[in-house]
Design a protein around this ligand. Structure first.
Ligand SMILES: *[C@@H]1O[C@H](CO)[C@@H](O)[C@H](O)[C@H]1NC(C)=O
Ligand SMILES: *[C@@H]1O[C@H](CO)[C@@H](O)[C@H](O)[C@H]1NC(C)=O
Ligand SMILES: *[C@@H]1O[C@H](CO)[C@@H](O)[C@H](O)[C@H]1NC(C)=O
Ligand SMILES: *[C@@H]1O[C@H](CO)[C@@H](O)[C@H](O)[C@H]1NC(C)=O
Ligand SMILES: *[C@@H]1O[C@H](CO)[C@@H](O)[C@H](O)[C@H]1NC(C)=O
Ligand SMILES: *[C@@H]1O[C@H](CO)[C@@H](O)[C@H](O)[C@H]1NC(C)=O
Ligand SMILES: *[C@@H]1O[C@H](CO)[C@@H](O)[C@H](O)[C@H]1NC(C)=O
Ligand SMILES: *[C@@H]1O[C@H](CO)[C@@H](O)[C@H](O)[C@H]1NC(C)=O
Ligand SMILES: *[C@@H]1O[C@H](CO)[C@@H](O)[C@H](O)[C@H]1NC(C)=O
Ligand SMILES: *[C@@H]1O[C@H](CO)[C@@H](O)[C@H](O)[C@H]1NC(C)=O
Ligand SMILES: *[C@@H]1O[C@H](CO)[C@@H](O)[C@H](O)[C@H]1NC(C)=O
Ligand SMILES: *[C@@H]1O[C@H](CO)[C@@H](O)[C@H](O)[C@H]1NC(C)=O
Length: 813
C-alpha cells in the first residue's frame, strides 16, 4: 500500500500542478497576464447549462465497422460480469494505461501509450516533430506520413492505442500550455490535421485517440483543488468550467473532433475540466448528444488520467473506459477507490446501470480492436516498457504481466529521414532581407544563444533548463530522445565542408553583458546566427509570450554590432518578436519543436537544400496584450464552483479576432516566406451538385455526422505560378467571407481550403479546393442544423490570411 500511495501522490502532483512554478525568463510587463474573470458581467443564462442527453446510444458499427462489431459482441457474450468490469477499468501494468488480459479468451489485454509526437515510454523510438510543427507544414501528405510512421513505432512496441492526436486545446488562448501538442488555432486546418494523422496511425494498425474532448483550452485549474488534509474526494474547488455557447462549440471546438469521428478514430479522450458546468467525462450532452448521436461516433470514450469524477453518472453520461482506473480497494487511487472497477459490478447487480450499457461500452472498445486486426499477430508489449514506466512501476502491479518478446526493440527504422524533412517543412521563414538566406558559403559564422548546443540535463522531458536546444515541450506529450542533432553540430559539419570559420557563445548572460564587437575575431562575421527558445508544458499555462532566457536582449545585443543577424526560434508557438523590424535582423525562422533531427532540418533551409514552405498556424501579434481570450488564472471567491471561463469572444479567436477588430499584427495566420516568389490568378468556382439546398438532406448518421455535410458541393480553382529564382512549395489558401444573411458574429474570413503545391521554376499549375457542405454552412442554433446562408460568399485566395491575391464571389443557395 505504501508504494501505491507514493505512486498515487506522484500522479496527483502531476495532475494537480498548476502554473505556480518559477519561470526564470524575464516577465515582460506587456506580456504578463493576470486575469480575474468578472463573474457579474456575463449573461449567465447563455452558459452554465448542459442539458441531459440520455441514454447513451448503442454502437451499431455503421460506416464500415459492422463485421468487427459482430465479433466484438461475440467476445462480450463470453465475459463474466467481473471480467466486464475489468474491460472498462484500467489497472497498473507495463503501459501508461492497461486493460488486463483474459487468457481464457485468448485476449492479451490492451496497452495504451502516450503521446502525440512519440511513443513516450519507450527506448529506441523516434521523437517526431510536435503538432504545431506538423500544422505549420500545411502539408496533407506529411501529416499522414508522420502519423503513419508514429503508428508503426507504437505497434512495434506492442501499444494497441496511441493517446494521440490532440485538437483540444485548439488554441483559443495564446497562453495555453498545451497548444503545441495540437495543431493550429483554426478548426479547418486542425480538422484536416486530425483526419490525416488518425488515418496514418490507424493504417499502421494502431488505434488513435482524439483528445481532449472538449473545451480543454487552458491548463490552470484543469483539475479540482482537493483538501490536502482530507480524503481525495474532498474537493475545495472544482476544476474550471469552459462555458461555450452552442454555435461556438460547433463551429470552433467540435469541428476538428468531427473530422476525427469522420476518420473513424477508435477512441476519444474526455477532458479534465468541466464543460458548461459539468465534468467533461460525465457530460451527457457532449458525450452522448454531440459525439455519439450527432457525430455518429462508433468507438469508445476513455477518461483523461484521473478525469473520472463519478461512477454511475459518468457511465450514463457516455464514458466507456476509466483511466488509469483501479480495481477495488487496490486501485491506483486507494483512498478514493475507483469510480469504476468493482463499483461497476455493484451498479449492474443492484440494477442502477443496465448490463446492456456495460456491454455497449465493451463492444465499443473491442470493435476497433477487431477492425484493425489487433487480435492477430499483434506484437507483444516490449518488456523494456515496464522498466521505463514511472506511472505504474512493477512494484504497483496487482497481477503478473507476462512480458514476452525481445526487450528494447529498435523501432526507429528510417524515420530519422522523415523527421528531418518534417522539421524543415514545419519551419516558417518570417523575414528575409538583403538576400540573407540562403547562405552562400559564408567565410565566417558566429553562433549565439543557449538554444544552439547540446542538451546538458538529459534527453527526456527536458524541462526548461538553461543550456541546450529544445525540440519538444514537456509533460505526457514529450518524447524520449535516443540522439539529437543540435543546430551547432549541423552547422559545424557543414562549415567544415565549406571551410567556414565558426565561433560560438552559448551563455545568454555572458552575451548580454558583453561588448559583442570585442568577442569575435578578426572582424565582423559574415553571418550571426542567434538561437532562442521558448518552453511550454502540460499542467501549466504560459506566463508570457516572449522567448525565454532573456532572448530578446540577446538579439538586441548581437544586432547592435552585427548587421547580418539571423534569428532562429525553437518554440511552442506564439512569441512576440519585438526586434523583428530591427534593420540588422536580416532573417527570422520560427523552427517550432522540430524533433530529433533539429539541426539537419535547419541547415537544409539555411543553405537552401530545401526551400522554406512552412506557414504560421497562428497569428503573431505586435504585442502580447493584443491577444484576447486569456486563460482564467485566478478567481476572487472561494465558492466550490467559482472557477469559470466564459468563452464570450465566441467565434473570434486568433485571426478571426484580429480581422474582426481591424487590429494590425506582426505576422498573420497563414504567413510564411519562400526563397522564390509565387503568383496566383484566375479564381473560378464550379458547383458540383445541382439544386443545392440550404439545409442538408436528412441522411442516416455515419461517423462524422450527416454524410451530406461531407459531400463536395463546390470546387474553387486558381492558377498558381512560380515566378522566382528557385523551385519550391507554395501554400495557396482559400478563405471564405460569409454572406450578410449569416447571423451576426460570423468572422470576416474563415479558412476553407489549402494545398501545398511544389512548383519547379517557371512552372504553373491549376490548384483546386474542394468545398464540402459543412465548409459553406454555419451552425444554426434554432434548427440545430448546418445551414448554407443565402446571398453572396466572398472567396479570398492568397498566400496568408492577409496577403490576399485574388477574390471572387459565389452564391450557393
Ligand atoms: C504593449 O501594450 C501595452 C498595453 O497597451 C503597452 O503598455 C506597451 O507599451 C506595449 N508594448 C509595445 C512593445 O508596444
Ligand atoms: C442497446 O441494446 C440493448 C440490446 O439490444 C437494448 O436492450 C438496449 O435498450 C439498447 N440501448 C439503447 C440506448 O438503445
Ligand atoms: C491543512 O492542515 C494544515 C495544518 O493543520 C492547515 O494549516 C491547513 O489550513 C489545512 N488546510 C485546509 C484546506 O484545511
Ligand atoms: C466506489 O466508488 C466510491 C466513490 O464513489 C469509492 O469511494 C469507493 O472506494 C469505490 N469502491 C471501490 C470498490 O472501488
Ligand atoms: C448501486 O451501486 C452503485 C455503485 O456502487 C451505487 O453508486 C448506487 O448508489 C447503488 N444503488 C443502489 C440503489 O443501491
Ligand atoms: C507472479 O508469478 C510468480 C512466479 O511465477 C509467483 O511466484 C507470484 O506469486 C505471482 N504473483 C502473483 C501476484 O500472482
Ligand atoms: C554564464 O555567464 C555568466 C556571466 O558571465 C556567468 O556568471 C555564468 O557562470 C556563466 N554560466 C556558465 C554555465 O558558464
Ligand atoms: C547595425 O550593425 C552595424 C554594424 O555592422 C552598426 O554599425 C549599426 O549601428 C547597427 N544598426 C543598429 C540599428 O543597431
Ligand atoms: C554589413 O556591413 C558590411 C560593412 O561593414 C557590408 O560590407 C555588408 O554589406 C553589410 N551587410 C549587410 C547585410 O548589410
Ligand atoms: C474581488 O472581490 C472584491 C471584494 O468583494 C471586489 O471589490 C473586487 O471588485 C473583486 N474583483 C473582481 C475582479 O471581481
Ligand atoms: C432543380 O430544380 C428545378 C426547379 O425546382 C427543377 O425543375 C429541376 O428538375 C431540378 N433539377 C434536379 C437535377 O433536381
Ligand atoms: C524561366 O522563364 C524565364 C523568362 O521566360 C527564362 O528566362 C528562364 O530561362 C526560365 N527558367 C527556367 C528554369 O526555365
Amino acid at each position: 500500500m505504501a508504494a501505491l500511495t507514493s505512486i498515487f501522490l506522484t500522479g496527483l502532483l502531476l495532475a494537480l500542478r498548476v502554473s505556480g512554478q518559477a519561470y526564470d525568463a524575464i516577465d515582460r510587463e506587456e506580456d504578463a497576464f493576470s486575469y480575474v474573470q468578472p463573474l457579474d458581467t456575463v449573461i449567465l443564462g447563455q452558459y452554465g447549462h448542459s442539458p441531459a442527453v440520455l441514454p447513451s446510444p448503442n454502437a451499431t458499427g455503421v460506416g464500415g465497422w459492422e463485421a468487427a462489431l459482430v465479433r466484438a459482441q461475440a467476445f462480450v457474450a463470453q465475459l463474466t460480469l467481473e471480467e466486464k468490469a475489468y474491460m472498462v477499468t484500467g489497472q497498473p501494468g507495463p503501459c501508461v494505461g492497461n486493460i488486463i488480459p483474459i487468457p481464457r479468451l485468448n485476449f492479451s489485454g490492451l496497452c495504451l501509450q502516450d503521446g502525440p509526437l512519440a511513443i513516450r515510454v519507450a527506448d529506441y523510438a523516434s521523437v517526431f516533430s510536435a503538432g504545431v510543427s506538423a500544422a505549420a507544414t500545411w502539408d496533407k501528405a506529411i501529416l499522414y506520413e508522420r502519423g503513419h510512421a508514429m503508428g508503426e513505432e507504437f505497434r512495434a512496441k506492442g501499444a494497441h492505442i496511441a493517446l494521440a492526436p490532440v485538437c483540444g486545446p485548439l488554441g483559443r488562448s495564446a497562453y495555453s500550455g498545451r497548444n503545441w501538442e495540437g495543431f493550429a488555432a483554426d478548426p479547418y486546418l486542425t480538422g484536416i490535421a486530425m483526419e490525416r494523422t488518425i488515418e496514418g496511425i490507424q493504417d499502421a494498425g494502431v488505434q488513435a485517440t482524439a483528445k481532449h474532448y472538449i473545451g480543454n483550452e487552458q491548463e490552470t485549474q484543469r483539475n479540482p483543488t482537493y483538501n490536502p488534509n482530507g480524503t481525495l474526494t474532498d474537493v475545495i474547488q472544482e476544476a474550471i468550467s469552459a462555458n461555450i455557447d452552442d454555435r461556438t462549440l460547433h463551429e470552433l471546438y467540435l469541428w476538428p473532433f468531427a473530422n476525427a469521428a469522420h476518420a473513424k478514430a477508435a477512441s476519444f479522450m474526455c477532458a479534465y475540466q468541466r464543460l458548461n458546468g459539468s465534468y467533461a467525462c460525465e457530460n451527457s450532452k457532449a458525450q452522448n448528444g454531440l459525439l455519439k448521436e450527432e457525430l455518429g461516433f462508433q468507438g469508445y470514450i476513455m477518461s483523461d488520467w484521473g478525469g473520472t469524477h463519478s461512477g454511475v453518472a459518468s457511465i450514463e453520461g457516455g464514458l466507456d473506459m476509466d483511466m488509469p482506473g483501479g480495481i477495488g480497494t487496490y486501485g491506483l487511487f486507494p483512498q478514493a477507490g475507483s469510480f469504476f472497477g468493482d463499483n461497476v459490478t455493484m451498479a449492474v447487480q443492484n440494477g442502477t446501470v443496465p448490463e446492456s450499457r456495460l456491454d455497449d461500452m465493451i463492444t465499443r472498445i473491442m470493435t476497433p480492436y477487431y477492425w484493425l486486426g489487433q487480435d492477430v499477430n499483434f506484437p507483444s508489449v516490449d518488456p523494456s516498457t515496464a522498466d521505463l514506466n514511472t506511472f505504474s512501476p512493477r512494484s504497483t502491479w496487482l497481477r503478473n504481466w507476462t512480458l514476452t518478446g525481445e526487450s528494447s526493440r529498435d523501432v526507429r527504422d528510417d524515420h530519422g529521414e522523415l523527421i528531418r524533412k518534417h522539421g524543415s517543412a514545419g519551419t516558417v521563414l518570417l523575414k528575409n532581407t538583403n538576400g540573407a538566406l540562403p547562405l552562400k558559403k559564408p567565410r565566417s559564422i558566429a553562433v549565439f544563444g543557449n538554444d544552439a548546443g547540446e542538451d546538458t540535463q538529459g534527453f527526456y522531458n527536458q524541462a526548461n533548463f538553461e543550456y541546450g536546444t529544445l525540440v519538444s515541450g514537456g509533460g505526457s506529450g514529450t518524447g524520449r530522445l535516443t540522439y539529437l542533432i543540435t543546430p551547432l553540430q549541423a552547422i559545424n559539419e557543414r562549415a567544415k565542408q565549406d571551410n567556414t570559420l565558426v565561433q560560438q557563445w552559448l551563455n545568454n548572460t555572458l552575451i548580454i553583458n558583453s561588448n559583442i564587437a570585442n568577442l569575435w575575431i578578426p572582424q565582423v562575421p559574415d553571418v550571426c546566427l542567434v538561437f532562442l527558445k521558448t518552453w511550454a508544458e502540460e499542467a501549466a499555462d504560459r506566463q508570457h509570450l516572449s522567448v525565454d532566457w532573456n532572448g530578446n536582449e540577446v538579439v538586441e545585443t548581437v544586432a547592435r554590432d552585427c548587421n547580418n543577424t539571423i534569428v532562429i526560434t525553437h518554440s511552442s508557438g506564439i512569441n512576440t518578436l519585438p526586434w523583428a523590424d530591427h534593420p540588422n535582423v536580416t532573417a527570422i525562422l520560427a523552427a517550432h519543436y522540430p524533433g530529433e533531427q533539429s539541426g539537419y532540418s535547419l541547415i537544409d533551409l539555411l543553405y537552401g537544400a530545401v526551400n522554406p514552405s512552412g506557414h504560421l498556424p497562428y497569428t503573431i501579434a505586435l504585442n502580447g496584450t493584443d491577444y484576447n481570450a486569456p486563460p482564467t488564472t485566478a478567481v476572487n471567491t472561494t465558492g466550490k464552483d467559482d472557477w469559470q471561463s466564459y468563452f464570450t469572444e465566441k467565434l473570434e479567436i486568433d485571426y478571426r479576432y484580429f480581422d474582426a477588430n481591424n487590429i494590425s499584427v506582426r505576422y498573420e495566420f497563414g504567413y510564411g516566406l519562400s526563397y522564390t516568389t509565387f503568383e496566383i490568378s484566375n479564381v473560378q468556382s464550379t458547383p458540383l451538385q445541382t439544386n443545392i439546398t440550404a439545409s442538408p438532406p436528412s441522411l442516416p448518421i455515419e461517423p462524422g455526422g450527416n454524410p451530406a455535410l461531407w459531400a463536395p458541393i463546390y470546387n474553387v480553382s486558381i492558377t498558381l505560378s512560380n515566378t522566382g529564382p528557385y523551385a519550391g512549395a507554395a501554400v495557396p489558401q482559400l478563405y471564405l467571407g460569409f454572406p450578410s444573411s449569416t447571423p451576426s458574429g460570423t468572422p470576416p474570413k474563415q479558412l476553407r481550403g489549402f494545398e501545398k503545391v511544389y512548383l519547379e521554376r517557371n512552372e504553373t499549375q491549376t490548384v483546386t479546393f474542394e468545398l464540402m457542405r459543412r465548409d459553406l454552412s454555419y451552425w444554426d442554433v434554432v434548427s440545430q442544423e448546418w445551414v448554407i446562408p443565402a446571398g453572396e460568399f466572398s472567396m479570398f485566395v492568397g498566400m496568408s490570411s492577409r496577403d490576399i491575391r485574388v477574390t471572387g464571389r459565389v452564391t450557393v443557395v
